[in-house]
Design a protein around this ligand. Structure first.
Ligand code: SAM
Length: 290
């Protein structure tokens, strides 16, 4: 028991999010980042990397469902999926629920995150590493997409924020390399911050998407531990129709997939692209500044 220990997230100057700590389950300075896993009475197990909240057992389902089921049900026939980052493997677990997915390749820079996630996050990543469709590559996502000769129908960037090893995953160079290894009409989805506090991150990503893809957009989800309101998920594809896949089609695909969710529904999927005005303004600024 760590009496009175508090962990502060200091991602935003001037604002601190404090978590009381019941127990520290794992703490390490890996080759790439500071890593701490602790328990909190409200959010359960909490993973922080370089002092920034990454995932909690209480609300991971929101983020992992929306980052996976939106592109996969919009696409409708994704067979080969790439995850960049995603060390806790919660996103991988959601992708693998799709029976039509034939291969899932996950490129994670820090083996330590995966190793302890297997031990501590089995609440939401059980079965991933034993799934024959799953392939884990320990590498920098930038190097992988720059060098691979493989093609993917959906690429999901479940990265840290644009600091440290994650910074390159927000670059135009990275997005161009992803575009190169997407199949025609493939979809890129990115973790793109909380626009109320990280507006420039969204504007910059959309501007870069616009220079590379035919359709550059974003959708939103409300994740309690990503402080500051809606989280934006970046969306980029050369098939603009996919952003407007009819709800009736989404419902059919969701029903055929045959699994349950706790946040995602076809109607939530469609509504997630209806952006509040200030977030739509950020997306439109990105398109205009391309
Ligand atoms: N849900 C979290 C969020 O929205 O901030 C992200 C969770 S996941 C733990 C983020 C992962 O990205 C970490 O495991 C980190 O090691 C990985 N990562 C950071 N930079 C990377 C890079 N250049 N290549 C591959 N993985 C990277």
């Amino acid at each position: 028991m760590s009496d009175g220990l508090i962990f502060n997230e200091t991602l935003y100057p001037g604002v601190q999010v404090s978590y009381s700590c019941e127990d520290i389950l794992f703490q390490d300075r890996t080759e790439h980042q500071d890593l701490v896993l602790f328990t909190n009475p409200v959010f359960g197990k909490v993973l922080m990397l370089d002092g920034i909240t990454q995932v909690t057992t209480a609300d991971e389902f929101i983020y992992h469902e929306m980052m996976s089921h939106v592109p996969l049900f919009a696409h409708g026939s994704a067979r080969k999926v790439l995850i960049v980052g995603g060390g806790d493997c919660g996103l991988a677990e959601e992708v693998l629920k799709h029976p039509a997915v034939e291969t899932l390749t996950q490129v994670e820079i820090d083996a330590s995150v995966v190793e302890f996630s297997k031990a501590h996050f089995s609440d939401f990543n059980a079965g991933v590493v034993d799934d024959p469709r799953f392939e884990l590559v320990i590498a920098d996502g930038m190097a992988f997409v720059a060098e691979t000769d493989r093609a993917f129908d959906v690429v999901i960037v479940d990265s840290t924020d644009p600091h440290g090893p994650g910074a390159i995953l927000f670059s135009e160079e990275f997005y161009r390399a992803v575009h190169r290894c997407l199949t025609p009409g493939g979809i890129l989805v990115t973790q793109n911050g909380v626009p109320f506090l990280q507006r420039d991150e969204l504007v910059t990503s959309v501007a870069r998407f616009t220079r590379i893809f035919k359709d550059a957009a974003a959708y939103i989800a409300a994740i309690p531990t990503y402080f500051g309101g809606h989280m934006a998920l970046g969306w980029a594809t050369d098939n603009a129709d996919l952003r407007e896949t009819p709800v009736a089609v989404l419902r059919d695909r969701f029903s055929a997939a045959g699994f349950q969710t706790r946040y995602y529904t076809p109607d939530v999927h469609a509504a997630a692209f209806a952006l509040p005005r200030f977030i739509l303004d950020a997306v439109e600024d990105g398109r205009a500044n391309a």
